[in-house]
Design a protein around this ligand. Sequence first.
Ligand code: HEC
Ligand code: HEC
Ligand code: HEC
Ligand code: HEC
Ligand code: HEC
Length: 476
Amino acid sequence: MADLEQFKKNWLRPFLFYGNNTISLIGGALTSASALVLVGFWVVDFLGHGGSSNPYLGIIFDLVLPGIFVLGLLLIPLGMWLRQRQLSAAGQIPSIYPAIDFAEPAFRHGVNFVIVATFINFVIVGTASYRGVAYMDTPSFCGQSCHVMSPEFTAYHLSSHADVPCTSCHIAPGVQGFVHAKVNGTKQLLMVMFHRYPEPIMAGDKIPSAQVTCLSCHNAERNIGDKLLVKTSYGDDEKNSMTYTMAMVHVGGRDSFGNLSGIHGAHLGHIEYVATDSNHQTIPWVGKTNPDGSVTEFVSSDTKGPITGEKHLMNCIDCHNRAAHSFLTPEEALNKDMAQGRPSRSLPFVHKEGLALIKADYSSRQDAAVRIPSALETFYRTQYPAVWTGQRAEIDQAAKAIVAIYSNNVFPFMKVTWGTHPNNIGHNDYPGCFRCHDGNHNDKTGKSITNDCSTCHNLLATDEADPKQLAAVGLQ
Ligand code: HEC
Ligand code: HEC
Ligand code: HEC
Ligand code: HEC
Ligand code: HEC
């Protein structure tokens, strides 16, 4: 009891005495009002009523409201310090601080002030937050802020990660990642509001390390062994001739005896590189850490002058950069869909016509959705009247499929088109593996990073009409 009295006398009384000034009282009211609004929203969110999945709401609940809260907290000592300075200059510091007593008019006035100001602030901050949330949930806000992500959003729904939240790969776990994401979210929102975002949006160096994202779900060393790749392609002839490419890709991993092998085993943990562009497409220097700790350096023979720049330790994303939202090449996309029967192979020249149509320029997706079907119709009506009358349903279906291929991969309003976002797996459509394995990156002895086809895969068939291996593995 004596301790409490002592505390009141030595701490609480001076605190309330100096705190009884306009600045501190406003600070106290701001703090309590923003805390009330925050708690109110948390309760609503917890009960699940009116909760919103809008990713940018964090701006209100994690930045603006806590900001007001902290501002209020800072105003309290600021006001106290100013008052102390003022009183001390006037020689008015009391020897005994006034008791905490409602009979004291100054004390009563201070308490009343805080209560009334808290109420007013609560109404203002609460209404503003509520209106902010409501605005962010409107289609006009979303249409403007989310449409910049629409290419990735579209591709994502077609990927094997369609159930993995964007944040699992885009926000590093922990406080630092969280704060970074909030700051970035606010920055991005402002960029969208003022139309200052880049077109197209490129990842650059902004993706958190695979160590803290991919590896929270994937086992880096799992032994995958060989993976059979079968690709079906269609020709530009009247019959849309079908051919197969088959490769046994040596993915590898760590086997049960602890040995690393294959593609995964060759890189993880021991290859570093320097890139000259932010999307890591041009790689002049590669270093390999050998088992004895020495480093073998490989330098591209195209390099002139010394190589400087940050060294990156190779990880999943250096190869699987499009794991969650991959944009295809026109050929890849059309072959894939034709293998599933749409467009139907029975339509003469549908591969050739389809490819020309998805590669053509359109001013917008709406424009493509109108012009593609009409061009395909015109082609069959004029060139193949019998097909036009006999296979109307297939032609309609083909037109729909071709429009879908276009709209899943080309986004004129974001300047995302065929080839904008390279895929680093493979080497036929983009540099990919051949950024290093081009036979042109040599060590001191002149030995280059391997370019031998069979180190990476056994090619069982390349564009063959009827490979016997296909039958051998039971696919035909
Ligand atoms: C499985 C992990 C993963 C998920 C899930 C994921 N991303 Fe990505 N994202 C990446 C990686 C890796 C890159 C870097 C791509 C590169 O360097 O080519 C990237 C790049 C991007 C970019 C930059 C432009 C581009 O296409 O390269 C945007 C924008 C983007 N992601 C948005 C999203 C959105 C929106 C979602 C959710 C709908 C999402 N991402 C889900 C891994 C992911
Ligand atoms: C939240 C968990 C999670 C995270 C994070 C995650 N993945 Fe996956 N990933 C999965 C699951 C689950 C599958 C299997 C999906 C299936 O089989 O359909 C998968 C499948 C894959 C596949 C094989 C299928 C394909 O599309 O080729 C690759 C490659 C892959 N992930 C790479 C990555 C990379 C690279 C990252 C980091 C950028 C990553 N994953 C992050 C859960 C995750
Ligand atoms: C040097 C490039 C490279 C690196 C680095 C790499 N991968 Fe792969 N990965 C491949 C290739 C190539 C394949 C096989 C081709 C394919 O699936 O398209 C593959 C296949 C896979 C598969 C699919 C296996 C299946 O059964 O379909 C998964 C999952 C995967 N990798 C995950 C990862 C993860 C996780 C990491 C990081 C720890 C990683 N990879 C690092 C090149 C790489
Ligand atoms: C950043 C550069 C880089 C990239 C990109 C890269 N690699 Fe490598 N890779 C290396 C280096 C360096 C070695 C080691 C070469 C040596 O020891 O002579 C290597 C080794 C390998 C090996 C083992 C070779 C052997 O002789 O046993 C395979 C297999 C391989 N890489 C496949 C791939 C595949 C597949 C891709 C693309 C998906 C790829 N690499 C992308 C740098 C790279
Ligand atoms: C550094 C490793 C590596 C080397 C060397 C390499 N490839 Fe590949 N190649 C790959 C990978 C990885 C894929 C699989 C891409 C995928 O998953 O779609 C691939 C796919 C292919 C395909 C399949 C068709 C396609 O459109 O993707 C063909 C054909 C091919 N390679 C031919 C060759 C030939 C010919 C050589 C020798 C001159 C060679 N590759 C050397 C890694 C390599």
